[in-house]
Ligand binder design. Structure first.
Ligand code: ATP
Length: 444
């Protein structure tokens, strides 16, 4: 019977078939130890010259790394290691002998591997990351389903931008002029929330920013829930409940993968609500107390500003300093309105602030969520669109949402790859998606 290697423990002393690829092979006298990978794991086979036909033995000697093979054998408990099973192989069918494989089991440079991303994805580490990514997305979908959110797919081609067109990729769109690739599904999700109550979008988004940091890509996936009748506090409660569910489920279901990635999960186990909530102004006070300056690029190099000026957005060193005293994600709310998007609702208690919320992952993984309560007052919204010099005619449909039964509402956006980086403990976002798109990379 054909099985996948992750189920092998269920077949002790039974004959099974494994269809896969040769990962590695060692010889020791009259024994061969081929390691076969099938996408679900790697199993070690044992081929004994005295027990197999000459044809089978010779076939194994022909194999090169990544040759595709179908092997048959009896599942046996490993003589020394607990919970490890091996395959006493009695037959093999060679499907394809691989040409010399460019990625060997020794170390390679990242650019070398990135150029061969289509092959690098076969390595145990990359397989583990992709499975964790899959589990994160499935957990998100399940959480949303169980909590009665409706999946609401936003368009990718858009005529306007959430926050101006400077960071958008554009393309010609027949006789209708320019179309832009969406950088967020939020505005459309707001229409969805007014129709359905609670919705979420999950799809690719695009940012034409030349950001070469370890946390930015030009194409990334975002999950954006949007809820009618939710205020900022409801939004923060949801963020906590949602993050707790996703993190706890992923570490429970993907133990094996997180072990392969050498992820210490004790820190992730602590991700239970409530999370620390601080205002932007309190965060600035913390930075000042810790004496973390703002670095600003000037024509003559870099300028260092101390104390950290109120009103500026945080960079990586600030985010790290803000989370270092906490073991859980840190929620920062009530941001300076000048630093945030036009659609965020003004704080009724302070017009310099908006009811925005960012979430910083612990352990220095940076911002994973950005959200807000949305401006539901039509006049203030129109004022903000004007202030941001956005094309009023393009936003008429969006203003309609305030014309016809405006209600308080809120939502947020979670970057899937940032979440993958955090849970898998990845240094760089390029490993968090099958084929990363960055300013200097569009291939393979
Ligand atoms: P940052 O300040 O880190 O550039 P942002 O404030 O532009 O992010 P939002 O517009 O609030 O981010 O987007 C919501 C979420 O999408 C972020 O919290 C982050 O998880 C993710 N995200 C944003 N930009 C990128 C990017 N270029 N690559 C990968 N993920 C991103």
């Amino acid at each position: 019977m054909w099985i996948y290697t992750d189920k092998i423990s269920e077949y002790e002393n039974k004959e099974v078939i494994i269809k896969g690829w040769l990962y590695n092979i060692r010889a020791s006298g009259k024994l061969l130890f081929p390691e076969i990978r099938d996408g679900y794991g790697i199993v070690q086979g044992v081929v004994s010259k005295s027990d197999v036909s000459e044809r089978v033995w010779d076939d194994f000697l022909k194999l090169t790394q990544e040759s595709s093979v179908i092997v048959k054998g009896i599942v046996k408990k490993h003589p020394k290691k607990t919970d490890v099973y091996e395959l006493q192989i009695n037959d093999i069918t060679i499907v394809n002998i691989a040409e010399p494989y460019p990625i060997t089991l020794k170390e390679h440079g990242v650019e070398f591997l990135m150029d061969r991303r289509h092959l690098w994805l076969r390595s145990p580490r990359q397989v583990a990351i992709m499975r964790v990514r899959h589990e994160i997305i499935q957990s998100i979908r399940d959480y949303m389903y169980q909590n009665d959110f409706v999946l609401f797919d936003a368009p990718i081609f858009t005529p306007n931008a959430c926050e101006g067109t400077s960071t958008l990729f554009s393309t010609d769109y027949f006789d209708l002029g320019k179309a832009y690739l969406s950088q967020s599904g939020q505005l459309y999700a707001e229409a969805g929330a007014m129709a359905l109550g609670k919705v979420y979008t999950l799809g690719p988004t695009f940012r034409a920013e030349y950001s070469m940091t370890r946390r930015h890509m030009t194409e990334f996936w975002m999950m954006e829930p949007e809820m009618a009748y939710y205020d900022l506090n409801d939004n923060m409660d949801l963020i906590e409940d949602f993050l707790e569910y996703v993190v706890q489920r992923v570490i429970k279901n993907r133990k094996k993968e997180l072990e392969i990635l050498k992820r210490d999960t004790t820190k992730l186990e602590k991700v239970h609500k409530p999370f620390p909530r601080i205002t932007y102004t309190e965060a600035v006070e913390i930075l000042r107390k810790k004496d973390i300056p703002l670095y600003r690029k000037t024509q003559n190099g870099e300028e260092e500003i101390r104390p950290f000026p109120w009103g500026e957005d945080f960079g990586a060193p600030h985010e790290e300093a803000l989370v270092e005293d906490f073991e859980k994600p840190v929620i920062i709310h009530r941001w300076p309105s000048a630093a945030k998007a036009f659609y965020m609702k003004r704080d009724p208690e302070n017009p310099d602030l908006v009811l925005g919320v960012d979430v910083l992952a612990p352990e220095g993984f940076g911002e994973i969520i950005g959200g807000s309560q949305r401006e539901d007052n039509i006049n203030l919204l129109i004022e903000r669109i004007k202030e941001h010099n956005l094309p009023m005619e393009e936003f008429q449909w969006y203003i309609d949402l305030r014309r016809y039964g405006s209600v308080p509402h809120s939502g947020f956006g979670l970057g899937i790859e940032r979440m993958v980086c955090w849970i898998c403990n990845l240094e760089h976002i390029r490993e968090a998606i099958p084929f990363p798109r960055r300013p200097n990379r569009i291939r393979p």
